[in-house]
Structure formats: structure tokens, C-alpha cells
Design a binder for this molecule. Structure first.
Ligand code: AMP
Ligand code: MG
Length: 330
């Protein structure tokens, strides 16, 4: 018999609810995205207020669109972290209330694990080297010894933050990744920028400072957008390649909002071909933050015995994905 899990995502700018079936069908994935004012970044309290306002309608639309009766929901999952405290708390309260009133188990999910497991469901990847690139993460990950292991990561800004902060410096509204990609596509003039790979980690802060200075000095937004993409994407491709060579895996998967970028996909696909590895990327609708990543991973965790009492369902702003036991892959 099919069973259904409802998942609530609210780690940052997105409040989203999804219902998935036990065989991996996504029956709904409704969201509301908080957009900060032009030129400024995400303000945690403002974002959480926006989530509070949109939560009731996102929840009821997700349930209605799924066609599932609430009495058929077997578990409610929520993003426990990592993320912004005020935002996480809104999602947790919604999930606790729902789990209590439906009298079903409550399942905490690590948001980063959610990106990876949903990516695997949708792309058919079985055991990939993962490049997780989003507003909150820049990590190279592979599964070993019962956990998703971090084989490289950013030492400062995430790739999403780099593109967003660069775009905001130019006066764009966050998130700016798509606008930077569009500007970059109009140029092929490379301006030299700091390339910082340290061991198998990357650092973007020097790249951001130099790019802002060049903009302030009158360089064109397109040329610097092109150059920042070429530099930052080459850095993450280099460390992913090293992880791939080291692990000998046969698949590479890109997940997170920056996975939408075509130039990044092209660089990663050239690199993957060199190693005869299959490259996959989460489809656009599901590459960024969404309820489906929480609902699907919640189902996997629930199926392997994970749930928490409502009174023990705190959120955690920092929660490394390599501290999470992945029982369903053993
Ligand atoms: P997430 O945190 O997974 O929702 O991803 C959001 C991040 O993805 C933001 O930093 C966006 O700027 C970035 N992003 C979205 N679309 C693109 C794109 N086409 N190219 C680069 N970055 C993008
Ligand atoms: Mg994310």
C-alpha cells in the first residue's frame, strides 16, 4: 500500500510544503519565496515573518494539490537545520502542530541531505560525487561508511552568496544568480581574478572583493560577471574532479540553486566526460530549496525508524551533514 509523507521546508528564503508517496512520486510542491528589498540580503526576522504569513495558504494548497486525504499522511517531516533560526522555527511549529493533530510521527531532516536525496530520486543517481552549490552551501560530498562525507567545501562564502553579493553590489535584488548568468552570457572578456583553491577547499572572499573593486573602477558588469563565473566555477570543478578521481565513483550530481547555471553544467560535464562519469543535475524546479527535499528524505528516514517526540523537536542553525547517520543507504 502507498504511504504519504508531508514535508515542510523553511531554512532560509523559501517556505514550502510538499506531499510525496512512498514510491517517490511528488504529488505537490507548493512554495512562497521571500524576496528582500533591492540591494539588500536576506533578513532572518523579515523572512520568518513572511513565512508566518504565507504558511497557512502554502500548507492548504500543498495538501489540496496532492489529492491525498490528511488521514492518509503517515508522517510529517520538517527541516531541522542548518538554516536561519527564526525561519527554521516557523517550519518546525507548522510541522509539530500538524503531526500532533494528525497523530502521526514527526521526522527531522537535514536540509543538505534533503538536497542530495531528492537529487538522487529525480536523476536516478545511485552513488554520486555531489556538488552542492546553493545560497547556504558549497560542498563536495560522497557517501562512505554510512554517512555523506564532505570531501571539500568553502572556507568562507558559499557560491550562491558570492553571486548574490556581487549582484547586489551592482544594485540588483537578491537572489542574483540568474541575472549574473545572463550578464555573463553577453561577454567573453576574461579579467583576471583571484583563484583560491586550498587543498580541496575553496575560498571566494578575495574573488568577491576584487570583483566589486573592478565594478567600482568602471569595468563592465557583463565582463566581470563572465570572469567571476569562469573563475568560481573552475574552482569548484577542480575540487569536484579531485574528489571524483580519489573516490573512483562513476556518477557526478549537481544540486542546489546554482545547479540551474548552464555554464557551470558545461564545465562539470566536460570534466565528468574526462573521467567517463555520468553527470546529472537536479531539474530546475527541484534544484533550489523546496518541500519535496524534506518530504522525500523524511520518508527515507521514517522508513528506517527515525522520528522524534514533539517535545524533543528543537531546530539547529548549524548541523553538519557528515554528522547525520544515513541508515537507509546501509
Ligand atoms: P538555494 O539556496 O538552493 O535555494 O539556491 C539559491 C541560490 O541559487 C541563490 O544564491 C541564487 O542566486 C542561485 N541561483 C539561482 N539560479 C542561478 C543561476 N541560473 N546561476 C547561478 N546561480 C543561481
Ligand atoms: Mg538549500
Amino acid at each position: 500500500m502507498k504511504r504519504y509523507t508531508l514535508g515542510v521546508e523553511s531554512t532560509a528564503h523559501t517556505f514550502s510544503v510538499s506531499v510525496v508517496s512512498s514510491d517517490g512520486e511528488i504529488l505537490s510542491n507548493t512554495k512562497s519565496v521571500y524576496t528582500p528589498p533591492e540591494g539588500s540580503g536576506i533578513h532572518p526576522l523579515e523572512a520568518s515573518r513572511s513565512h508566518l504569513v504565507s504558511a497557512p495558504s502554502v500548507l492548504s494548497r500543498a495538501i489540496d494539490a496532492s489529492g491525498v486525504r490528511t488521514e492518509d499522511i503517515a508522517a510529517v517531516a520538517y527541516a531541522k537545520g542548518p538554516g536561519l533560526g527564526p525561519c527554521l522555527r516557523v517550519g518546525a511549529v507548522v510541522a509539530r502542530t500538524l503531526a500532533s493533530s494528525l497523530r502521526v510521527p514527526l521526522v527531522p531532516v537535514n536540509h543538505a541531505v534533503g538536497h542530495i536525496e531528492l537529487g538522487c530520486l529525480l536523476t536516478g543517481a545511485k552513488d554520486p560525487v555531489v556538488l552542492l552549490v546553493s545560497g547556504g552551501h558549497t560542498m563536495i560530498i560522497a557517501f562512505a561508511g554510512g554517512r555523506w562525507r564532505i570531501l571539500g567545501e568553502t572556507l568562507d562564502l558559499t557560491l550562491g552568496q558570492l553571486l548574490d553579493q556581487f549582484g547586489r553590489h551592482h544594485g540588483l535584488a537578491s537572489p542574483c544568480g540568474r541575472a549574473v548568468e545572463e550578464a555573463a552570457s553577453k561577454s567573453s572578456t576574461y579579467v583576471r581574478l583571484p583563484y583560491a583553491v586550498k587543498g580541496n577547499d575553496v575560498s571566494f572572499s578575495g574573488l568577491l572583493t576584487a570583483s566589486k573593486q573592478l565594478l567600482d573602477g568602471g569595468e563592465s558588469f557583463s565582463d566581470i560577471s563572465y570572469s567571476i563565473q569562469e573563475t568560481a566555477f573552475a574552482m569548484v570543478t577542480e575540487v569536484t574532479e579531485r574528489a571524483l578521481a580519489f573516490t573512483g565513483k562513476a556518477e557526478v550530481m549537481i544540486v542546489g540553486g546554482v545547479a540551474a547555471n548552464k555554464r557551470l553544467s558545461l564545465m562539470m560535464s566536460t570534466m565528468s566526460e574526462r573521467h567517463s562519469a555520468r553527470l546529472t543535475a537536479a531539474p530546475l524546479e527541484y534544484s533550489g530549496d523546496c518541500g519535496a527535499q524534506i518530504a522525500w528524505t523524511g520518508w527515507l528516514a521514517f522508513k528506517s525508524g527515525m522520528s522524534v517526540p514533539v517535545e524533543d523537536s528543537a531546530v539547529t542553525q548549524s548541523w553538519r551533514l557528515d554528522s547525520v547517520d544515513i541508515d537507509w543507504r546501509n
